[in-house]
Design a protein around this ligand. Structure first.
Ligand code: IVH
Length: 677
């Protein structure tokens, strides 16, 4: 496509869109205070993409659209850290912390020192190099002197500005090394694991491992899909006009430049008592924070004092990490059991001698998958250290090798399904083994359990124990069989009587009038959660209409990506699944079609096309957002199809054209009146 004529107006709109998007990224990631909805943000983003496609010569590498790089890398290059990235020495007790304070004061020859006490984020250390305010490299810590070049991955992280705020002190620095931590919010980590689970993929062990894995992906498109965050906690080289005198000033200046920091949970402390106090506060609120921290980092605040104190080989003398007590305990693995999920995934679980960890008695820990078992060399009858973080399922940290029985052998997940005996295979690059038998009792039980669960068909009374019996006695082999059950068969089961049997039949009867989106969700299609099911049916109304759509058609829906679309199409392509749905319908399951979301209320701009010209008191992007929110469209040029021209100060030729064509012209005031603002 040849590029259209680039007008000043186009240049201005693109610049404004970028500024607007950066502004909202800043509100979201740095200030934790978003002002627009995700949908509005997406609208701005798509408009910018559209404009850049139409005017490729205006595309710049620091545009917010340019975060995802091209082809996967073969391997990472090396990046030298011009100033070494040091680590921290640790203290574990109050006495050791007080010793540190004494040492600092003695070396400086003074009686009081000011410290900054910051949360110690449990993530992955990273260095970002900005030259004249533009991000040029991102690298891992490596051995402290050389790290891996993960620039393309770092660029995908929206919390990391590709350009520092133009009016900030730091954007004038010829070289600035920003050091900080890449990590994940707990809720993002949980959501991600839920999606892994729905896709039948193994869960990530913890947010730290997930973040470390994501930043070291050779394919930046994978990194882009992981919910990574960043917070800065220090600097390396500082070349240019800004010369800070304290560490706090450095952090505040970074924040002003648009870099996320952790200032809200950091405290300036004028003596070591105040440090201890802040340590206790953070320890107390640790579980309430959105992210995991494993201690407090205490730094001498004055940079002059820091340089007097100097460095040891691997760590500075002016800082120390005071780690929290881990929530860990030691116990013995009695045996390793393997569970089978809805999609056939085999998940190993350690059954342990019960032990108290952080006030909770636990006897099971997830072992995730074979890779995890191999990496930690976990075996049956091993004594292990286990750890609980928040309400996450406990996991094995390490094996106490000295206490391993002499006749112990490595553990391998069976190559056959422990439930049905069919082959269990690893497909492609998957870590997980899956049972290949679609009628495997364990899979059927999980499928039924999901189908009947509260947010799906909500068949009250159909619990795990009952499902086990129904499947084991071959009364039920798929969800459609539930509707063929009779009272006598149900009443003959253990712990069932006439009354409870009738209750279940009634619950099944009630479930027939489910809404179509819940019905879709209950089918357990990989990757289709409750939200996705609703999006799909708001668009297509009924399951039958949905089943007839192609991957491309499904993808036109906002929020439905290629993986989900493929999963849906694959499900309906499967003869068995279509048959089951037909049987459910024959049995009287009659899902209520979904209405499209309520249309926007009628406004003077519903369905109208508006052209902007001249200078308005609000930015063009804002004007456009307002018009679109009122159901209108904004177009670049005046034609007979234009309904209104919104003319600001100093209007251009568009106003003349509007007059020529007799298009209604609105002043900004009239525009606001029409909008009722
Ligand atoms: S300062 C020379 N501040 O902890 C000072 N580090 O155990 C080096 N970390 O590699 C780091 N939160 O990745 C500092 N507020 C914080 C931190 C922090 C987490 C990590 C950092 C470092 C490791 C050292």
């Amino acid at each position: 496509m040849t590029e259209r004529q680039v007008s000043d107006e186009v240049v201005r709109e693109i610049a404004e869109l970028r500024q607007e998007i950066r502004y909202h990224d800043h509100l979201y990631y740095v200030l934790d205070n978003p002002k627009i909805s995700d949908a509005e943000y997406d609208r701005l983003f798509r408009r910018l993409e559209e404009m850049e496609r139409a005017y490729p010569s205006l595309l710049t590498p620091d545009s917010p659209t340019q975060r995802v790089g091209g082809k996967p890398l073969e391997k990472f290059g090396q990046v030298p850290h011009r100033l070494p990235m040091l680590s921290l020495s640790n203290v574990f007790t109050e006495d050791e912390l007080i010793d540190f304070d004494q040492r600092v004061k003695r070396t400086l020859g003074i009686s009081s020192v000011t410290y900054l006490a910051e949360p110690k984020l449990d993530g992955v250390a990273i260095e970002l190099v900005y030259e004249n305010g533009v991000l040029v490299t991102g690298s891992t810590r490596g051995d402290g002197y050389n790290g891996e070049d993960v620039t393309t991955n770092v660029r995908t992280i929206r919390a990391i500005p590709l350009r520092l705020a133009p009016d900030s002190a730091l954007s004038k620095m010829s070289v600035l090394d920003v050091r900080g931590e890449i990590f994940m919010y707990r809720r993002d980590f949980d959501d991600m694991n839920r999606m892994q689970d729905e896709a039948g993929l193994p869960a990530f062990a913890n947010p730290r491992n997930a973040a470390a894995g994501a930043i070291r992906q050779l394919d930046s498109r994978i990194t882009a899909r992981r919910p990574l965050r960043f917070k800065a906690h220090g600097v390396g080289r500082l070349e240019g006009p800004f010369v800070p005198s304290t560490h706090l000033e450095t952090l505040e200046t970074m924040k002003d430049a648009g870099l996320p920091t952790n200032l809200e949970n950091s405290r300036l402390c004028h003596d070591i008592r105040a440090v201890l106090d802040h340590y206790r506060t953070l320890q107390r609120i640790r579980e309430e924070l959105s992210y995991e921290i494993d201690g407090v980092v205490i730094k001498v605040d004055s940079l002059d004092q820091q340089s007097i104190l100097g460095l040891k080989t691997r760590s500075p003398r002016w800082a120390v990490a005071y780690k929290f007590e881990p929530i860990q305990a030691t116990t013995k693995i009695v045996r390793i059991e393997v569970g089978v999920g809805r999609t056939g995934t085999l998940t190993p679980v350690a059954v342990m001698e019960p032990v108290k960890v952080g006030g909770v008695t636990v006897s099971r820990a997830t072992l995730h998958n074979q890779d995890e078992i191999d990496r930690k060399d976990i075996r049956e009858r091993d004594t292990v250290v286990i750890q609980r973080a928040g309400d996450v399922i406990p996991e094995v940290v390490e094996v106490v090798i000295e206490r391993r029985p002499a006749d112990s052998v490595p553990y391998t997940i069976p190559e056959t399904c422990p439930v049905c005996g069919s082959a269990a295979v690893r497909i492609g690059g998957e870590v997980a083994r899956r049972c290949t038998n679609v009628s495997c009792a364990a899979r059927v039980k999980e499928t039924i359990r999901h189908f009947a669960s509260r947010n799906a068909m909500d068949v009250e009374g159909l619990g795990t124990k009952l499902i086990e019996q129904l499947v084991d006695r071959r009364l039920v082999q798929n969800p459609a069989d539930l509707y063929g059950l009779d009272k006598a068969a149900l009443a003959s089961l253990e712990r069932m009587a006439e009354k409870s049997a009738s209750n279940i039949l009634e619950a099944l009867e009630r479930s027939k009038n489910v809404s179509a989106d819940r019905f879709l969700y209950s089918l357990g299609i990989p990757l289709v959660g409750e939200h996705g099911a609703r999006l799909l049916l708001q668009e297509f109304g009924t399951i039958d209409a949905l089943a007839a759509k192609s991957v491309d058609e499904l993808q036109t829906i906002r929020g439905i990506g290629p993986e989900v679309a493929q999963s849906v199409v694959a499900f309906f392509n499967e003869e068995r699944n279509r048959e089951m749905i037909a049987r459910l319908q024959e049995a009287g399951v009659n899902p209520i079609p979904l209405e499209p979301p309520p249309a926007r209320p009628d406004t003077p701009f519903s369905g109208k096309t508006v052209v902007l010209t001249g200078t308005l008191s609000i930015s063009r992007v804002e004007a456009k957002t307002l018009i679109e929110a009122a159901g209108g469209k904004v177009s670049g040029s005046v034609s007979r199809k234009t309904d209104f021209v919104l003319a600001g100060g100093d209007p251009g030729s568009k106003l003349d054209r509007a007059r020529e064509l007799g298009v209604e012209v609105l002043s900004e005031e009239q525009f606001r009146e029409k909008l009722g603002r």
